[in-house]
Ligand binder design. Structure first.
Ligand SMILES: Cc1ncc(COP(=O)(O)O)c(C=O)c1O
Length: 450
C-alpha cells in the first residue's frame, strides 16, 4: 500500500462514502483506520482507540480471531470461489447451512438462502414472502407492514419499509404497498404515553386497525427488528414482539424478523426473536455471521414456508432471485469458524453480563450530564440520546454530536453518531475494564462538548 501522505491527500476524493454527504466528506475527511488488534483499532497517525462501534455492529469476535482468519486463508487456497446457482454447490456452503439450521432451531429455521449482506437478506425475505403467497394462490398479498424508526438496509425494498425519513426522502418514490406502524418507544411517541404496557396496547391497536383498513388478505408480511438498532436502539417492552406475532397469526400474515444486528448474541440472547420468545416465519441475518471478516448474509426460512415452496409443482415455486456471491465458499468458511468461536466463547453470556455493566455506566453518565436526555440498551447495543433542553427534548446539534464523538476519540474510544444519538455496539468479547474505558471516553467527550 502507498504511504500515509498519499492516503491523506486522496482521502474522500475518489470515494463517495456510504451514508455521508460527498461535499462534507471532502471538507472534513474521515479517519483512516490502518490496523486493528483485539478490540482496538489504530489510525494512520498511530492513534489507538477502543472500538465501541465494533466495526459496524458486526465484529463480535474482535479483530484478532485467528481461527476465522485461518479458515479464510485455507479456503482461499482450496477454492476461492464457486457459484451456488442451480447445478453447483460447495462444501463450506453446505456445512454452514447445516450449522445455521441447528443454531437457529429454537426459532424454527430450517432452510438457508445465502446473500452478500444485510440489505440483500431483507430484499430476499421480501421477495420470498410475496412468492410464498403467489404459490398459495393469494396473489393480492403483496403489501408490507413495518415499524417507524426501523432500519432494513438500503435496497429499494428495504428502503421502502425503512421507518426513517433520512433513508427515504431522496430516493422516493419507493415501493408501493409499504405502511409504517408506531413503535413502542417510551422516550418519544405520538401518544405521549410513558407507561410501557399501555404503549404496547396503543401500538398493537394501531397495527390491527391498519391491517383491517388495508385488508388482511392484501398483506404479505410484517417486518421488524426485535430490538431496533440504527433507529436509535429502541428496546420494545418484552410483550411487544409476541403481540405482533399474535396479530400475524390472527390475520395469517408472515412475520419477518430482521436480525442483521441482533442475531449471534448482541442482545445477550442468541437472537432477538429468542430474547422475546417468538418464532418468526423468516429471519434476516448478516454482519456477525462472519464477525465482519468477510461479506456474507442469509435469509433463514421456517418449515411452514419451506413446505409450500418444496411441495409446489408449477413455475411459481422456482426462485428467480440470487446473487453471484450467494454462498461464497470463503464467506461460508469464515461463517463456520465464526459460529464455532461465537459458541465456544459464549458471546451471548458475555454480552448479557457486560451489558448489565454498560447499562449501569450509562445511567451514571446520564446522572452526570444534563445534555443526556435518554439512555437505552439491551446487552451490548446502546444509545445515548443528547438534547439541548431536557423538558422540550430538543435534539442536540450536529456540531455538539461531532464534538462529543471527537472528544471521546481523543480520549481513546471510537463511538458512532447517528442524528442526535451516540450509538454503541462494541465487540462482544469486551471485558469489564473495556466497559469502564468506554464510560471514561464518553465522559471526556461529553465534558469537552459543553
Ligand atoms: C437491522 C438491519 N437490517 C439490514 C441492514 C443492512 O445491512 P447491510 O448494511 O449489510 O446491507 C442493517 C445494517 O446495519 C441493519 O442494521
Amino acid at each position: 500500500m502507498r504511504e500515509t501522505n498519499f492516503l491523506k491527500e486522496q482521502n474522500a476524493k475518489p470515494i463517495w462514502h456510504p451514508m455521508a454527504h460527498p461535499a462534507e466528506m471532502r471538507s472534513a475527511p474521515p479517519k483512516i483506520i490502518a490496523s486493528a488488534s483485539g478490540v482496538h483499532v489504530t489510525d494512520v497517525d498511530g492513534h489507538r482507540v477502543l472500538d465501541a462501534v465494533g466495526g459496524l455492529w458486526n465484529v463480535n469476535l474482535g479483530y484478532g480471531n485467528d481461527v476465522v482468519k485461518k479458515a479464510i486463508r485455507d479456503q482461499l487456497d482450496i477454492l476461492p470461489y464457486y457459484s451456488g446457482f442451480r447445478g453447483t454447490s460447495t462444501g463450506p456452503a453446505i456445512e454452514l447451512a447445516y450449522e445455521l439450521t441447528r443454531f437457529f432451531e429454537p426459532e424454527g429455521m430450517t432452510r438457508v438462502f445465502y446473500t452478500s449482506g444485510g440489505s440483500d437478506s431483507v430484499e430476499s425475505a421480501l421477495r420470498l414472502a410475496r412468492q410464498y403467497w403467489k404459490i398459495r394462490g393469494q396473489k393480492d398479498r403483496f403489501k408490507f407492514l413495518s415499524l417507524k424508526k426501523g432500519y432494513h438496509g438500503t435496497h429499494f425494498g428495504g428502503a421502502s419499509i425503512n421507518g426513517n425519513a433520512n433513508f427515504r426522502r431522496n430516493y422516493e418514490p419507493l415501493l408501493p404497498g409499504c405502511f409504517h406502524m408506531p413503535v413502542p418507544w417510551l422516550y418519544r411517541n405520538a401518544f405521549n404515553e410513558t407507561d410501557p404496557a399501555r404503549l404496547v396496547d396503543l401500538c398493537a391497536s394501531a397495527i390491527e386497525d391498519e391491517i383491517n383498513f388495508q385488508g388482511a388478505d392484501t398483506i404479505a408480511a410484517f417486518v421488524m427488528e426485535p430490538v431496533l438498532g440504527a433507529g436509535g436502539v429502541i428496546v420494545p417492552p418484552e410483550n411487544f414482539m409476541p403481540r405482533v406475532r399474535a396479530l400475524c397469526d390472527k390475520y395469517d400474515i408472515l412475520l419477518i424478523a430482521d436480525e442483521v444486528v441482533t442475531a449471534f448474541g448482541r442482545t445477550g440472547s442468541w437472537s432477538g426473536s429468542r430474547l422475546w420468545q417468538v418464532k418468526p416465519d423468516m429471519m434476516c441475518i448478516a454482519k456477525a455471521i462472519t464477525s465482519g471478516y468477510f461479506p456474507l448474509g442469509a435469509t433463514l426460512i421456517s418449515e411452514k414456508i419451506a413446505a409450500v415452496f418444496e411441495e409446489n409443482t408449477d413455475s411459481f415455486g422456482a426462485i428467480g432471485h440470487g446473487y453471484t456471491y450467494s454462498g461464497h465458499p470463503v464467506g461460508c468458511a469464515a461463517g463456520i469458524a465464526a459460529l464455532s468461536e461465537t459458541l465456544r466463547l459464549k458471546l451471548d453470556e458475555n454480552a448479557q453480563q457486560r451489558g448489565v455493566e454498560l447499562a449501569a455506566v450509562l445511567a451514571w453518565l446520564k446522572s452526570s450530564h444534563a445534555s443526556i436526555g435518554d439512555v437505552r440498551s439491551k446487552g451490548l447495543m446502546a444509545a445515548i440520546e443528547l438534547v439541548s433542553d431536557q423538558a422540550s427534548k430538543t435534539p442536540a446539534s450536529k456540531k455538539t454530536m461531532a464534538a462529543v464523538a471527537e472528544g471521546a476519540y481523543q480520549a481513546g474510544v471510537m463511538v458512532r453518531v447517528s442524528s442526535n444519538q451516540i450509538i454503541l455496539s462494541p465487540p462482544l468479547v469486551i471485558t469489564s475494564g473495556d466497559v469502564q474505558k468506554m464510560a471514561d471516553g464518553l465522559d471526556a467527550g461529553l465534558r469537552g462538548a459543553v
